[in-house]
Design a protein around this ligand. Sequence first.
Ligand code: NAD
Length: 441
Amino acid sequence: METTGQRLSVIGIGYLGLTHAVCMAEIGHDVLATDIDSEKVAKASAGEAFFYEPGLEPLLRKHLESGRLRFTSAIADAAEFAHVHFLCVGTPQGTDGRADLSYVRSALDSLAGYLSSGCLIVGKSTVPPGTARPLAERVRALAPAGDEVELAWSPEFLREGFAVADSLRPDRLVFGVSSERAVVRLREVFAPQLDNGVPGLFMDLETAELVKISANAFLAVKISYINAMAEVCEAVGADVGKLAQALGYDERIGSRFLGPGLGFGGGCLPKDLRSFRAAARELGVGSVADLLSTVDEINLGRRTRVIELARKSAGGSLAGKRVAVLGVAFKPGTDDVRDSPSLDVCGRMSEEGAIVTVHDPVAMPNAARANPVLRCAASVREAAEGADVVLHLTEWADYRAIDPAALGAVVSRRVLIDARCVLDAPSWREAGWDVTVLGQS
Ligand code: NAD
């Protein structure tokens, strides 16, 4: 099977699209990527990955040099260049929790007008079930090539922090299709991966859309399950860390995504959960909508619980208290602060009058942009200077290497709240810290 030389376009070069464009070049294709944000286009063209993603920038530079990857602000160029167009624009949370599909529609509309010969558009953005089919009609009506233009949907499962590895070696490829012609074209594009044993699953459009959104919902359920158990542990005086460890050894349960703590955030899980909830309600599947509401509630409840613990440790009020926060990215391995649990907690503590100083190995610029009120520290030590309480909110590995005795020398009070439940509490206690671990109090 032919494995190289396909001419592809990528529309939208955010976290998903830039990674996808780079990785499609890496597996041998010629890629032209476009975005309405000309600053992103300029940076990417200059070899700068404008967000933190391990391994992405070297590959970007490699393929700018190889000539297999180019960027443009003109979608007309992309339409003319490629036979397969990947749609990677955002689907943020809209009103009532529904996915805002306006970027998807607008990108498709702009592309369609230039499609004068047959091609395949492949949606990769996360959308609720029932989105693609009417979009396919819309594109065919708008494109000069009419019925020669097809739409498939291939949701993306990459994890920020592992995006390159996940894109190059996905654990499965899911394709929602409505014709054999699309199957053939997709098999050609993904031949380097399919021939290497990556499972390729072809299905109808609705099932493909549902695979992504239900996978994210499952992960959210699992995280909220252990966090609900954390609440029970707090009530009964049990230890959720030990509970999770013991549950995780059961192969039917497994230990991944069973870490208790501050819960999930980021640009995907929360909004996908709410979008799925809204879709389930519209479809009349109230039980799923109710389940997902509970999952969301449990997740957000952990943030409130951490603030309560901080307030309590500060003697009942955070007003005027110095709070040092370790970690603001929504999870380690990324600089993404979209719906970051830490940033939410920081913002709410600031509103209560706390003086919040944050540290993060890579997410400081994004945190400062998202909440200019927060003070930013260049090191953990600087963040902790004079602190009344230290909060561990994003579990970067660096924080596990902190010397509690050395840090104890700079704080005002040795009070630690470990909201990610991974620090070595005994060694902190030995160094004179009063340690609270979420789910163990
Ligand atoms: P993002 O906001 O980082 O990127 C979206 C990009 O699309 C932006 O650069 C924006 O300027 C661009 N865009 C918007 N309208 C456009 C148009 N008309 N033409 C060209 N470009 C346009 O979002 P993201 O995190 O990359 O997510 C994109 C989609 O991928 C979402 O549906 C998301 O749920 C899904 N997804 C994301 C991830 C992830 O880890 N970030 C993983 C899997 C799936």
